[in-house]
Design a protein around this ligand. Structure first.
Ligand code: HEC
Length: 138
């Protein structure tokens, strides 16, 4: 009896894990449709070609190449985005405010000094999922 209960519990946990990993694959995030509009609304007022704040432009024609496999300025041993690895992507560390733990510099992004440009957790999750799904130029 105890064994069966344990078996049932394992099956439930396994089903839960399967559902979770399926979740990170769906819905498929598109860089141009889902991610870039977040940058264009909340980041490009500072991160654009005339300025390159933090050495970074997030304007539509440049953002992908500026992020994926591009070494960060703040913590150069980390790329800004490493496909499939949000925990190793400096962009994600800046968005979560954990960059100082790896020796990164400056503020969390967007800078907390302006309450009107905060990212919602849904926006952060969209960016994180795009990285988990392979940081594709889709
Ligand atoms: C008010 C201006 C401003 C806004 C808005 C802003 N940033 Fe920044 N960002 C900066 C400055 C200045 C730096 C350089 C200093 C630092 O790292 O804190 C920087 C640095 C960064 C870096 C580190 C780059 C590197 O290679 O070290 C990332 C990543 C970043 N910003 C992403 C974003 C994202 C994504 C957004 C929008 C959600 C955003 N920023 C919004 C001003 C801004």
């Amino acid at each position: 009896m105890a064994k069966m209960t344990f078996g049932v519990a394992c099956a439930i946990v396994a089903a839960f894990i399967a559902a979770e990993s399926a979740n990170s694959e769906k819905p498929v995030i598109s860089f141009s449709r889902d991610v870039q509009p977040i940058f264009s609304a909340r980041c490009t007022m500072c991160h654009h070609e005339a300025d390159y704040m933090g050495g970074l432009s997030l304007s539509p024609t440049l953002s992908y190449d500026q992020l994926v496999n591009a070494p960060s300025v703040g913590a150069p041993k980390f790329s800004r985005v490493t496909a499939k690895k949000p925990e190793a992507s400096y962009l994600m560390m800046k968005l979560d405010g954990t960059h100082a733990k790896v020796g990164g510099k400056g503020w969390p992004m967007p800078p907390p000094t302006n309450p009107f440009i905060r990212l919602s957790s849904a926006d952060r999750e969209t960016i994180r999922r795009w990285i988990v799904q392979g940081a594709r130029k889709n």
